[in-house]
Design a protein around this ligand. Structure first.
Ligand SMILES: *Cc1c(COP(=O)(O)O)cnc(C)c1O
Length: 387
């Protein structure tokens, strides 16, 4: 039991208090260390307490913490410029969480529908998709159970099977304003669509005049071995959502869009922390670190991870190993993922079980080969002792 615990019990937590971390390792207040393959939920791109972020926080905190969203600040301008350059888009909005970035995109979609598609407002998204926990982001998500939690749900969302181009085409109507999806579904258990899917969706959106909104909050900023996942199919979205790794551990997210997709008027959107210079400085430090060399390291580490999991899977009956770069998952022989992550936790390894039969792996982007080996050895033992 944790004494004097006043936290809302929104998620079951083990009875330990995390105290500090370094790279791939996290330590609790009792001094036990954990090899961290969760990394703040695919957030700590550069691992725990990276030197680059310490420097960025130190330097920026000596200059300016907040000048209010009503004034420009230098880190904000620079981060927006670099993100737009990298993504081939024109405009950016910085905020504090992925869900806020999704809300921004929904507003863009509704404006687009009103102005370009005679009042269309519907956003087509996907079953199993995850876009965050505000009411509208939950309505756009296709996570099982979400629809029943807080009725009445915000209208204007329709969920279709993921990776099904035919279903998407059939659902497009005069009500449709935009398509919102993840290039790889993360929370659903790292569901990688077949090659060609993104391209086909892009073509449908272009043909019908719909905005393509890609939620790369989990796949973006190098996680899959390229800066953005959409590069794998050379597809450009109209609206791009980033979060998680963008801040490398601090609250930072972004909505990017093309000039033509932008239809908001002054006063229609904003936020107290939008473009906060302290967070923007961290985003710049992350972008500096995620260079071509680091990205090729992610691809090599991802191959080693998948090869090791495939080998392990032959002995432990995995029915699938999947993923891209350092976003991977395995499908277990039976629904024992929670028991396996518990056994791993006891042995000092942090893994996530997004589904009863699914284990997910999202180490920091600079995870070393020996850390991957240690993870595989620990998982091997945990699997052997779990029924
Ligand atoms: C985590 C996540 C979100 C929500 O981000 P928050 O920062 O938790 O609001 C949205 N979309 C995807 C794909 C995510 O993985």
């Amino acid at each position: 039991m944790i004494p004097n615990n006043h936290l809302m019990p929104l998620i079951p937590r083990p009875d330990v208090i995390m105290s500090h971390g370094k790279g791939s390792w996290l330590f609790d207040t009792e001094g036990k260390r954990y090899l961290d393959f969760i990394q703040g939920w695919a957030v700590n791109a550069l691992g725990h307490a990276p030197h680059e972020l310490q420097l960025a926080l130190q330097r920026q905190s000596e200059q300016l913490l907040s000048a209010s969203p009503a004034y420009y600040n230098a880190p904000q301008l620079e981060l927006c410029r670099r993100l737009c350059d990298a993504a081939g888009l024109d405009l950016a909005f910085l905020c504090s969480s992925g869900a806020e970035a999704v809300e921004t995109a929904i507003k863009l979609a509704r404006k687009w529908g009103r102005h370009q598609r005679s009042g269309a407002f519907e956003v087509l998204s996907t079953q199993g998709g995850f876009h965050g926990r505000t009411l509208a982001a939950m309505a756009a998500s296709g996570k099982p159970g979400f629809d029943e939690m807080f009725p009445p749900n915000p209208p204007g969302f329709r969920k279709l099977p993921y990776a099904d181009v035919g279903a998407l085409e059939a659902a497009i109507s005069e009500r449709t304003a935009a398509v919102l999806l993840e290039p790889i579904q993360g929370e659903a258990g790292v569901i990688v669509p077949p090659a060609g899917y993104l391209n086909a969706v892009r073509q449908l959106c272009t043909q019908h005049g719909l905005l393509l909104i890609l939620d790369e909050i989990q796949t973006g900023i190098g996680r899959t071995g390229t800066l953005f996942r959409f590069e794998a199919e050379d597809v450009r979205p109209d609206v791009l959502l980033l979060g998680k790794q963008l801040g490398g551990g601090v609250p930072l997210a972004a909505t990017l869009c093309s000039q033509r997709a932008y239809g908001l008027e002054p006063g229609e959107h904003g936020g107290t922390y939008a473009g906060n210079p302290l967070m923007a400085a961290c985003g710049l430090a992350v972008l500096d670190a995620v260079d071509q060399e680091l990205l090729s390291g992610v691809r090599a580490a991802g191959e080693k991870l998948q090869a090791g999991l495939t080998e392990l899977g032959m002995r432990h009956g995995f029915t699938q190993v999947r993923g891209a770069g350092l976003l991977c998952a395995v499908e277990l022989d039976r629904p024992r993922a929670a028991a396996v992550t518990q056994a791993c936790f006891e042995r000092g390894l942090l893994l996530n079980a997004p589904r009863p039969r699914t284990l997910r792996f999202m180490p920091q982007l600079r995870v070393s080969p020996s850390e991957i080996s240690t993870m595989l050895e620990t998982l091997d033992l945990a699997l052997a002792t779990t029924t």
